[in-house]
Design a protein around this ligand. Sequence first.
Ligand code: FDM
Ligand code: MG
Length: 208
Amino acid sequence: MMKRGAIIVFEGIDRCGKSTQVQLLHDVLQKSRSVELMRFPNRQTPIGQKINSYLTDKAVQLDDHVIHLLFSANRWEARNQMLETIQSGKSIIVDRYAYSGVSFSAAKGLDLDWCKDPDRGLPAPDVVIYLQLSIEEAQKRGNYGEERYETVEFQRKVKDLYENKMKDPSWKVVNASQKPEDLHNDIRSIVESVIQDVEHTPLNTLTI
Ligand code: FDM
Ligand code: MG
């Protein structure tokens, strides 16, 4: 039987080191395995360009529900490609997924179940690696940038919402306050075993 690839999702608050770790993992795994990197939002598609303008330009006004649905649509438009990649035996490392969608929108006060609905049915991650870092430590890493959502108060709400999911069996919480090399080693051992464990199992759809 053909081996399938794994979907490995990374989540965490801003400045938790997620993008650095995702890149490092990709570079290392690439030497021995078939892997690719994806990130959401994918700012390249027409929907992604709209999302990018909303994130980077505070003059752009969109109803909170509308931007939520655009983020979700930006995942749905990647669905076929994700499925093809997985079925071809290649694993996907994903920088943010539906949990960012739910946590960032619910942090604005949108109904949690309403936030979850649009993403139900997407390819489910085989593992969600949550880079846990306190708000205080994230702040010490430097000022938040200029994009929407990059404020301490908002990140605090996002963190609480993420952490409601931590007991989910597919979630693996890693300590993001460690040195980058140590964090990478923790992540790599989780990922190597997930890739092997799921090779012959069917891919699930997201119930969130
Ligand atoms: N974000 C990201 C959302 O609000 N919803 C989503 O579905 C996704 C995927 O977009 F503030 C937010 C999270 C972050 C911003 O993400 C851009 P990056 O990872 O900083 O580019
Ligand atoms: Mg950001």
